[in-house]
Structures are given as structure tokens and as C-alpha cells.
Design a protein around this ligand. Structure first.
Ligand code: SF4
Length: 501
């Protein structure tokens, strides 16, 4: 990493430095308001440090997935290396811009000039609708003032955001930092005058804006649930194209399906849109959600009842066709953990614990209360340690969780499944979600006996001194090897001492 300004030198920086020192440095460098806003939007809990990938990846991913949007990082080279590597690993297929710095350009303010120049060079209206600049930990703590960038260059919008690991606890919430900043820009544009028409918009058809990254079939399925009420699905948040932001803001109601998009929700509210929490999972969840959406959209009760009459028997049928008889623990950092747990419980599963790295908000309150009433322990801002302790205590038939939790589960012979892979590969909502959830749980729990045999077979192999390969039996220490090594070490230490004196 490049040398740091004096305020940061004492403790190192970023993920492994002192958070308080970084916050103090950011405050001293004029970022107090920005840090206060982050603190308010993404409140801390028992787990207040990132335990997964660098949070800024969330913002970077949102920018990279949008058409005609360029994304530029401002941060230490090691952070940028990790972030670009991860984005290409996830198939970004786009260049990530980078403005490097050293201690001199950081403390003299030249870094800001370099960023402004990069923005001017990049902002070509033929190629881009917007250019996003993301301040990582060190430039944020050093007060690089992205708010002083021009608001637009030749009609290309410029959006600068601070996404430090010491201010945004999860990469999920970092998605909201950029989504919210874009919605705000688009809202102010729409308030100022006419804007581009969203692709595929149907004149006069009221729509519901879904908030959160969903499996591609889910918005289609939710559209089918809404159709009997005369509603359609608006472009999603985070958006895929700039003009979609106008389409989303033009909704009759916003659905905070992922409940941690605090900044985005603020923009929907500022645009006068009612916001509904939870999501259409299982029979009860779908009924409550359709009711809430219908009321938010000021629809007569007959239309709400019609939508429920169409949807609920199908969900009920899917759940009844493949009941789940298993104990399952759920943990993750995607924000949909409570919805998954609700669906599992309705399908017949016993769910003693659900942990989410995301914070408690009013938009998951109905799910929390529903789960708590059925004896489920809900842990917001759950740490890996809490998730693992819960799994070890309840010994589930299936543990759904993050990578390190799944690794621990497999060591213990507990069938385990990555939460992110599960929700990003199948629908969650409506009848399709009910059917697919039962199928995946049944397939995974069947492996329990196989797991136990594997754990027994490999007992002691591949851990500690037994690590390695090429053994035909259980590895054993060569007789006398450790003793000889210990004596050699002692002799070497003595010889070095003699030279020293
Ligand atoms: S930008 Fe990300 S990787 Fe870099 S120090 Fe901050 S949290 Fe860590």
C-alpha cells in the first residue's frame, strides 16, 4: 500500500486498521456529515465490521451492472486489485477505472485533481449516461471531497460516493449507497423537468417498484401476482439503466423486498411513494403482502381479494405437494434471510435460528414478528461466530449459510448449502418459490448419511499435521522425528547465542 497521511499512519488502515482512528481521521478531514449519514442509514450491531468481502464491492457491482455507466475507484492499490479481481470473477465484462495515489498526491489534494481529470476524460456522452466515482477507505478517511466534482460533464451525470469499510458494514448495504445516490440524482432531474421515457413503460398502468437484487424469474412471478389488481412491476432497484430510475420512481408503491435499502427508500418517500416491507413468500406472507400493496396503491378490497384468490391456492398447492420435514438453520448477508426462513417454516421445516448480517429495519419487522411468534430466534447483524454457535448447538439437518459456516458444517458432517448460491439460482416468491425451496431442501438433506460416512472415513486426515496428500493410510509421525527436530532447534539457538556474545 502507498504511504499514508500522518493521521492514518499510526494504526494502519481499512479492514485491518482501527475503525475509530479511521472515523476520527475522516471527521478531521471534513467528512463528518457523510460519516454521520452512513452511521444513521446502516446502524451498527454486535457485528459492526465487515466479515465478508470488501463492502465497496456492493457499490462497484451495482455500477458495473448498469448499461452506459462507467465506474472509477479511488483507493489503495491492494483494495482496487481485490475489487477488480472479484468483479471479473463474477463476470463484470467491463473495465473498472482507477485513479492511483501516493502519500504526496493524497495530502496535497492532487488526488482530487487527478480524479476530476479522470472524470472529464471518461465522461463522453456517446458512451455514457453517468460516471460513478467510489472513494474507498483511505481517500474517505483523508477527506477527498467527491461532492466537489462537477454534477455533470457534457450531459453525463457524475456521481461521487464514499463507501469505506469503516462506515458501511456489509457489501449488501453498499449496493444501497450507490442505488440511493442514483435515485436521488434521477429524482431531482425528474422534479426539474421532462426526463427520458423508461424502456417498455405502459402508459396509464400503475406499477410497483421492487427494491433488491432478485432472481431473474422473481419479478416476472411477482408481476403475475400483481396482475389481478391491475398493477405491473416497475423497473427494479438497483437499476440496469439510467432511464429505469425514472420508471422506478414513477411507481404507485415501492416494495422493500430487501429491507436494508435505507437510502433508496428515502428517495422513494421523498418522491411521495408509500413503501411496503416483507415479500410474497408462502401463503401467509403472500396474503399479507398483496393486502399491503393493494392498500398502499389505494385499490378497492375486491381487487385485492381477487389477487389473493388467484395466488394463494397455487402457493398452498406447491407447499402441500412437497412438505419439508427437517430442521434447518439459516444465515447470510443478502438481506432475504428472514423471507427464506418464513417460507421454510410454512413448508413444515423446523427453523430454530435465522441470522442476517443486515441491520434491523421497519421493513423486515413483520417477518421478524411472524418468525418470533413461531419460536424462531432472529439475529440481526449476526456475526459468523453467532451463526456457527447456533449451528453447532441445534445440529440441523441442513445449515444454509455463508462460505465459512458451510465449511464448518461440512467438517461436522452437517449437510450445508451456500445461502447466496441458493437464492441467486432459484425463485423465492409466489408458487414458484414455494416449489423450488422444498426441492432444494429435500435434495440437500438426503446427503446427511453420506456426509457422516465421509467424515468418519476422513477423520484426522487433511487437518493439522495430517494435511497433504499421497497417503494410502492414516498419516503417522515418523518415529523419533519430532524429538530430533527439537534437539536440532535447540542446538541452532545455542550456536546463534554463542555468535552473539
Ligand atoms: S476499501 Fe475495502 S479492502 Fe480496502 S481497506 Fe477498505 S474495507 Fe478493506
Amino acid at each position: 500500500m502507498d504511504a499514508l497521511p500522518p493521521t492514518l499512519e499510526a494504526t494502519g488502515s481499512g479492514c485491518h486498521g482501527g475503525r475509530e482512528t479511521m472515523l476520527a481521521a475522516a471527521g478531521a478531514a471534513g467528512k463528518t456529515a457523510a460519516m454521520d449519514q452512513l452511521m444513521q442509514d446502516y446502524p451498527r450491531g454486535p457485528h459492526d465490521q465487515p466479515q465478508s468481502m470488501c463492502p465497496a464491492f456492493g457499490s462497484l457491482r451495482v455500477g458495473l451492472r448498469m448499461r452506459r455507466v462507467a465506474t472509477i475507484l479511488s483507493g489503495s492499490a491492494c483494495c482496487v486489485y481485490g475489487l477488480t479481481f472479484t468483479s471479473h470473477f463474477y463476470g463484470a465484462r467491463r473495465s473498472v477505472g482507477y485513479v492511483p495515489f501516493n502519500s504526496e498526491t493524497l495530502v496535497t489534494g492532487k488526488l482530487f485533481e487527478d480524479i476530476r481529470e479522470a472524470v472529464q476524460l471518461t465522461a463522453s456522452p456517446a458512451d455514457y449516461d453517468a460516471v460513478v466515482v467510489i472513494n474507498l477507505c483511505v481517500p474517505t478517511a483523508s477527506g477527498v471531497p467527491l461532492d466537489l466534482l462537477p454534477k455533470q460533464v457534457d450531459g453525463v451525470r457524475i456521481i461521487g460516493i464514499d463507501v469505506p469499510g469503516f462506515g458501511v458494514p456489509t457489501h449488501a448495504e453498499a449496493k444501497d449507497v450507490l442505488a440511493g445516490a442514483m435515485l436521488r440524482y434521477a429524482r431531482l432531474e425528474a422534479e426539474a423537468g421532462p426526463v427520458a421515457r423508461p424502456r417498455g413503460a405502459v402508459e396509464g398502468q400503475p406499477s410497483v417498484a421492487l427494491i433488491g437484487e432478485l432472481f431473474p424469474a422473481d419479478p416476472v412471478g411477482i408481476g403475475a401476482l400483481l396482475a389481478p389488481m391491475g398493477l405491473s412491476v416497475a423497473p427494479q432497484t438497483p437499476a440496469r439503466e439510467w432511464r429505469d430510475l425514472y420508471g422506478a420512481l414513477d411507481c404507485v408503491a415501492a416494495a422493500a423486498v430487501h429491507p436494508f435499502y435505507t437510502a433508496s427508500i428515502r428517495e422513494f418517500r421523498a418522491a411521495g411513494r408509500p413503501v411496503v416491507g416483507s415479500g410474497p413468500v408462502g401463503v401467509e406472507g403472500t396474503a399479507e403482502w398483496l393486502e399491503a400493496i393493494g392498500r398502499a396503491a389505494n385499490l378497492p378490497s375486491q381487487r385485492i381479494d381477487l389477487a389473493k384468490a388467484r395466488a394463494l391456492p397455487a402457493v398452498q398447492g406447491a407447499l402441500a405437494a412437497s412438505p419439508i420435514a427437517a430442521r434447518v438453520t439459516v444465515s447470510g448477508y443478502e438481506g432475504s434471510e428472514l423471507l427464506v426462513a418464513r417460507l421454510l417454516v410454512e413448508a413444515g421445516a423446523e427453523v430454530p435460528y435465522v441470522g442476517t448480517a443486515c441491520p434491523r429495519t421497519e421493513w423486515s419487522e413483520a417477518d421478524r414478528a411472524w418468525l418470533a411468534a413461531r419460536g424462531v430466534h432472529v439475529q440481526y447483524r449476526a456475526s459468523l461466530e453467532q451463526d456457527v454457535a447456533a449451528m453447532e448447538e441445534v445440529k440441523p439437518d441442513l445449515a444454509i449459510g455463508t462460505t465459512p459456516l458451510v465449511q464448518r458444517g461440512k467438517e461436522l458432517g452437517i449437510p450445508s448449502l451456500y445461502f447466496t448460491n441458493m437464492v441467486s439460482a432459484r425463485p423465492l416468491f409466489g408458487p414458484a418459490g414455494a416449489a423450488s425451496m422444498a426441492a432444494i431442501v429435500a435434495a440437500q438433506t438426503k446427503g446427511r448419511e453420506r456426509f457422516s460416512r465421509m467424515v468418519g472415513f476422513f477423520e484426522g486426515v487433511g487437518t493439522k499435521d495430517g494435511a497433504g496428500y499421497g497417503f494410502t493410510g492414516k498419516p503417522i509421525d515418523p518415529p523419533g522425528f519430532r524429538d530430533r527436530q527439537r534437539k536440532q532447534r535447540l542446538a541452532r539457538a545455542k550456536a546463534e547465542e554463542a555468535v552473539g556474545t
